[in-house]
Design a protein around this ligand. Structure first.
Ligand code: ADP
Length: 558
């Protein structure tokens, strides 16, 4: 029986009605447009810097961007976009992409950000599954869209190139799909209508998981979920962006909405530095320093690259104080290297399915009493659960395992910005209250810090014991001669699986398999030491910068 089944609930309802008559709080929809109107009104002069393909930096402001976004809503409507329609983007981080981030959901349509680094068949699958009616594309990605356009004939009506007219290249598209120029369309209207009001539970964004776990699956965000997620991202114990910050998101706007930064930064009045497609370590470092970035965000591979570059050329960070890293485990040794350069690494964990923020690493009272090594150990964990999302580790019977830092469980989450099902896959529904299975395995410690052991499919099962590939990789990265490492399971007749470690040496270093194996002595139990170590020139990375274990297993498992 419901706790409010009798008596109590009617009383509360009565009070509620009386309060309303006296003047309850205003009820306003949590709409994405409210973020940019706030930024325009209260941080109107704050900069948005965009690096173009030719390296040039263009500058605009929140005030100007908001006006252009409103003009873009006219363009979208003129192209036939109605509430609920999906509109695709295939673009890097730029002011134009940011305009789309506001204009598309701003009229109740759905912004379907697509990862241009995926295989063309995956891109075609996503745009087809989403039924995108228009695709906005950076000039450099136009050939991809042209190649898949015949497969999208049924729904796709136009391809709009995010460029001025002089950057338009002649491209053949199937009949019925128009090739249009973004700046020409924008110049063709002077109208800047107000943002419409509608229900905050309207769909706003659609992002497909990167496909490291099979066919891409769609995650449909709402206005309410995006706004709440961005607000919490700005909590003091989360990313806490400020109006005096200058934020450079190196995480692309097609990867889980650049982790919410396109919404959390304007909300705080933080300047944005958008790096375009030049994400190589040298270009990133130059942009961070020359544009005086105080904060940045990217997957560990990005930060590993920047550090290796700094080691090779010397120098350091002039203004950068903190970075957000997620998407894969950030090695402890790399964290120490960044601390030595004056940069605090915030480790976060989440998935496209959780918008993506689920946990964030920030100190608790007990942390303050720890010595430097213990603090670093804690800083390297995936962090603790943020308000608005809840995390649990469940055993196979569906019961929560104790928070003892030892007992492993299947990590689950639920909350205001966690998917209830995959887009158009009702069979995956967990409903509004259910736990969403992450496919990750981990433990919670007594303070609630999550330590992610592995993705379920990456765990190495040896003789009935589980070996964490992340733990093995973190140790290897701590070796002074190692730049990058990956551990995978290889079949073994006796133990069923055994760990194989693939190591990429640092530039100018040579390492031997024996030396690496010896480095594990005393750091892990003997049965979880890698049996074999392979020295490789590089590791394969997927579309979001993660190491492609599927590919490694294909190469090495035999
Ligand atoms: P995909 O699931 O398609 O790879 P996501 O970007 O949503 O795309 O990836 C989510 C996954 O990335 C998580 O389930 C987890 O395995 C991994 N991950 C994310 N953050 C971390 C982290 N801080 N440490 C370790 N793994 C992480």
């Amino acid at each position: 029986m419901h706790a409010y089944g009798t008596g109590v609930w009617p009383a509360i309802a009565r009070i509620d009605m009386e309060t309303q008559m006296l003047g309850l709080m205003q009820r306003r929809n949590l709409l994405i447009s409210s973020v940019i109107t706030h930024a325009a009104r209260h941080h109107g002069a704050t900069e948005i810097v965009s690096r173009r393909d030719d390296g040039r930096l263009d500058r605009t402001t929140y005030a100007a961007l908001e006006r252009r976004a409103r003009r873009l809503t006219v363009v979208l409507r003129a192209l036939g976009i109605r509430p609920g329609d999906r509109v695709g983007t295939l673009a890097m981080n730029s002011d134009r992409h940011l305009e789309l981030y506001y204009a598309i959901p701003g009229i109740g349509a759905v912004c379907n950000t697509i990862n241009p680094r995926l295989a063309p068949e995956d891109i075609a699958y996503i745009a087809g599954h989403a039924e995108d009616r228009i695709i906005f594309v950076d000039p450099g990605f136009l050939p991809i869209v042209a190649a898949i356009a015949p497969a999208l004939r049924e729904m796709l009506r136009a391809v709009v190139v995010l460029a001025p007219p002089d950057a338009m290249a002649a491209t053949a598209l199937p009949e019925g799909i128009a090739l249009l120029c973004y700046e020409t369309l924008m110049a063709g209207t002077a109208e800047e209508p107000d943002w419409p009001d509608f229900d905050e539970n309207t769909a706003a964004g659609l992002c497909y998981t990167s496909g490291t776990t099979g066919r891409p699956k769609g995650v449909l965000y709402s206005h309410r979920s995006e706004v709440l997620h961005a607000m919490v991202e700005n909590f003091a114990d989360v990313f806490a962006l400020r109006a005096t910050d200058r934020m450079l998101p190196a995480v692309p706007m097609f990867h889980a909405n650049a982790w919410g930064i396109p919404y959390s930064a304007p909300m705080a009045g933080t300047a944005l530095i958008l790096p375009g497609r030049q994400l190589d370590p040298a270009s990133l470092l130059t942009l961070l320093n020359e544009e005086r970035a105080t904060a940045s965000a990217g997957v560990p591979t990005v930060w590993l690259g920047v550090l290796n570059h700094l080691r090779a050329v010397g120098g350091g960070f002039q203004t950068l104080g903190r970075i957000l890293s997620g998407g894969a485990a950030f090695p402890r040794a790399l964290m120490a290297d960044y601390a030595a350069l004056g940069v605090h690494v915030h480790h976060a964990w989440g998935m496209t399915e959780s918008s993506p923020l689920a946990t964030w690493n920030a100190a608790k009272p007990a942390t303050l009493a720890m010595d430097a090594q213990a603090r670093l150990d804690q800083q390297a964990t995936q962090g603790r659960t943020v308000f608005g999302c809840d995390v649990a580790a469940l055993n196979d019977a569906g019961e929560e395992v104790p928070w003892d830092g030892k007992t492993q469980g299947n990590l689950m989450f639920r909350g205001h910005w966690v998917a209830s099902a995959y887009f158009r896959q009702p069979e995956t529904s967990v409903g509004d209250q259910g736990w969403f299975p992450t496919g990750d395995v981990g433990v919670l410690d007594p303070e609630g810090f999550v330590v992610l052991t592995d993705r379920t499919k990456d765990l190495i099962k040896s003789g009935g014991e589980w070996i964490s590939s992340i733990a093995l990789e973190n140790i290897a990265i701590g070796h002074p001669g190692v730049a990058e490492a990956a551990a995978i399971a290889i079949p073994d007749p006796k133990w069923s699986e055994r760990p194989l470690l693939i190591v990429v040496p640092r530039e100018g270093c040579t390492v031997t398999p024996e030396e690496i194996r010896a480095f594990y002595q005393g750091k892990v139990p003997s049965w979880s030491m890698p049996d074999r170590v392979v020295i490789a020139e590089s590791l394969p990375h997927g579309a979001t910068g993660k190491i492609l274990k599927t590919e490694l297993r294909r190469i090495y498992a035999g």
